[in-house]
Design a protein around this ligand. Structure first.
Ligand code: SF4
Length: 326
């Protein structure tokens, strides 16, 4: 690990100003950053600790939603009675992620900003456009079992590893931020993570120095909340495919549907056209498969990950069958 200095931020704006300078990085739970530093994938010269800032609360908002401070630990968020009762898809997604020890340390903001688990990204002897722009992509033509099938580019086929972000995408959350000049904004989850394109090293819509302060959830969505994660082990493994679903039925038909997918792309994947196709339809395998066709439009495998295309179809079919069984 390379030497670095350490200081504590006095406020969120103070942190934003500090990380606007080259070489500085925020540390909160550190569950991803410390691994990256040990492997010299990231080599910040200055760490800004935000753990003592008052950003660890879950508050009810005037519109009936929730505001989750960026420092709320994953385990606290999953166990919060309001989240368990009204945002079941989020609680389940959190509990499907990492291990109990990691969830006790990992924060809401850090979860959104965690880096891909592409093996080549973590191996500094290999070419990787995300770690070293212009060096190439070892995963294309290499071993790519965990890699993306949607939204890929010639520069990068990595996936985003978060479960929490997939549920937040289905819930249409907003990410609240502060910039170095003190101004704030809310970024819709749909726009927060980026596709790789030619610049896979730029992963989010955050500007230089811009710092996450909270995630705001809209009022609860009625319906059955499901998070199904398919992975190589029963715990402590990243998703090969995951589905966050909130499905409401009435009179033998699907009256509303929200779907988001993990393990498929550089960002949590959502296809509103698939949700619209399900809305008003009577549940059937044909209807479920049509929704899967819409989700998988443009999907392509890279060899080792070809299996993700049929696996996505089967997983969505199972989730929709579970959500609509009477
Ligand atoms: Fe790097 Fe992306 Fe290629 Fe992985 S898939 S080696 S992260 S450029």
């Amino acid at each position: 690990m390379k030497a670095f200095t350490y200081s504590r931020a006095a406020s969120a704006q103070d942190a934003a100003q500090a990380i606007a300078k080259p070489g500085a990085a925020i540390i909160a739970g550190g569950t991803n950053l410390l691994d990256l530093m040990k492997l010299q994938v990231e080599t910040p010269s200055k760490l800004i600790d935000i753990n003592r800032l008052p950003l660890d609360r879950i508050e009810e908002t005037p519109d009936g939603g929730l505001r989750i401070g960026t420092l709320v630990r994953n385990s606290d968020l999953a166990a919060d009675p309001r989240v368990r009762q009204h945002y079941g898809v989020l609680s389940r997604a959190l509990l499907a992620g990492a291990s109990a020890q990691l969830r006790n340390k990992a924060t809401t903001g850090g979860n959104l900003l965690q880096r891909t688990r592409c093996y080549y990204f973590y191996d500094i002897s290999k070419p990787c456009n995300k770690r070293a722009p212009g060096s190439g992509c070892a995963a294309i033509g290499g071993f790519n079992r965990i890699h993306a099938i949607l939204g890929t580019s010639d520069a990068c086929i990595a996936t985003h590893p978060s479960d929490m972000a997939v549920a937040m995408q289905a819930l249409e959350a907003n990410v609240e931020t502060v910039k170095p000049d003190g101004s704030t904004r809310a970024i819709p989850m749909a726009e927060f993570h980026r596709l790789p394109g030619k610049t896979p090293q730029i992963e989010t819509a955050l500007e230089v120095g811009e710092t996450i302060t909270a995630v705001r959830l809209p009022p609860p969505l009625p319906g059955l909340h499901i998070y199904r994660k398919v992975r190589d082990r029963a715990s402590y493994a990243f998703a090969l495919v995951s589905v966050a679903a909130v499905i409401q039925t009435a009179g033998g038909k699907i009256s509303s549907a929200r779907l988001a997918f993990g393990g498929l792309a550089h960002k949590p994947w959502r296809v509103p056209a698939a949700e619209q196709a399900l809305t008003g339809a009577a549940p059937s395998t044909t209807v479920f498969d049509q929704a899967a066709d819409t989700v998988l439009q443009g999907a392509r495998g890279y060899g080792s990950n070809d299996f993700k295309i049929p696996l996505t179809r089967r997983t969505l079919r199972a989730v929709l069958a579970q959500a609509t069984q009477s």
